[in-house]
Design a protein around this ligand. Sequence first.
Ligand code: AMP
Ligand code: GLY
Length: 424
Amino acid sequence: MRILVVGSGGREHALCWALAASPLCAKLFCAPGNAGIAAEAQCVDIAADDLDGLVRFAAAEKIDFVVVGPEAPLVAGLVDRLTAAGIKAFGPSMAAARLEGSKGFMKDFCARHAIPTAAYKRFSERDAARAYASAHALPVVVKADGLAAGKGVVVVQTHDEALAAIDDAMQARRFGAAGAELVIEEFLEGAEASFFALCDGTNAVALAAAQDHKRVGDGDTGPNTGGMGAYSPTPLVDAAMEARIMQEIVMPTLRGMAAEGAPFKGVLFAGLMIGKAGPRLIEFNVRFGDPECQTLLARLKSDLLPALLAASDGTLDRLTLRWDARAALCVVMAANGYPDTPQKGTEIRGLDAAAGVPDAYVFHAGTRQDGDKIVANGGRVLGIVGLGTDAAAAQRTAYAAVDKLDWPGGFCRRDIGWQVVGNK
Ligand code: AMP
Ligand code: GLY
């Protein structure tokens, strides 16, 4: 098959790595890709949000299957456009992608289908939002309705901070149109986990759970990021908890979306708060998490391609997946200055030495080839995955590989996995 992966991050490098290994894959393209992806796929210079360009390329190159990595093209309707052009794709339709594209839609949907989530109210008027937030118990959570690259959520401890967050979104328009509407919701207590399920509109297959590290600094300090590291599996989600998540959250979502005429296909990523009462949904994403994907795919022993095809074809009821029993842990290397002002263009050395560490994988997230050098070209630049018999061993492998890198222009957290292995 001729396959096109859309995106340019660490998630897409892991997807390309897994798809390139499939005997069913004859030719792999990635748009736009990065310097690491170029080792697995032919990179083509089309941006992930250039829907016209992607559809034109897929048609011209007779692509059999398109795998969409990031949320923006899904929410903008890339899968609908490809389907209309007769090209098979992995990922939800525009209507189904509203589960991530509009937090208000997602909350109302959960209310309609009794899916456990935080109590909330939607606002499109600033004064009404201010009045509601002023009277709300603390802490309270203020969320921009639309896609805001992970920056649209503020958990606030005081009413003044809540008012500032509302003004920021609705008056200063910090998130543009994505913040014209807000969701204000109850703060959930518990431990966070990311849960992934493959869905074909009707059936779902649980993938695995992982734990992300959102803050930039050791000890979960500093600003939120796209994710500084992850590990999988997590003791928060044992077999009993997985069964509850499937039964209480994933399957009602699939049934509800189908009943509402927008069957969900692709990977459903549930951001969960696991507390005393069980799993509650913080948010849905309609794609693999980054860097969670890197840990999941390092553990997946089955061929990824037939699994993604089955999600698109509606045949997941016949799919079983095999997993490596070992743990995987991913450490993200970011450019100095990330997340606010990442420094671009610094040279990264030692990549081969890092990849040479047994059971370590180096995934590129934001790199560019500059002559014979690899240079940083983004905020999150590399994801180094280690496998090990348990999380502690996986952590040792990942940091052994990190320590082979020679990149003064970048940094990482040294405590990925602290919840299960303590600080390194
Ligand atoms: P999101 O972008 O929706 O994943 O939110 C970013 C982060 O904000 C989450 O990973 C949680 O740590 C936190 N968060 C969001 N909503 C809530 C909530 N209702 N209660 C507690 N924490 C939340
Ligand atoms: N790591 C969280 C995300 O991909 O949204």
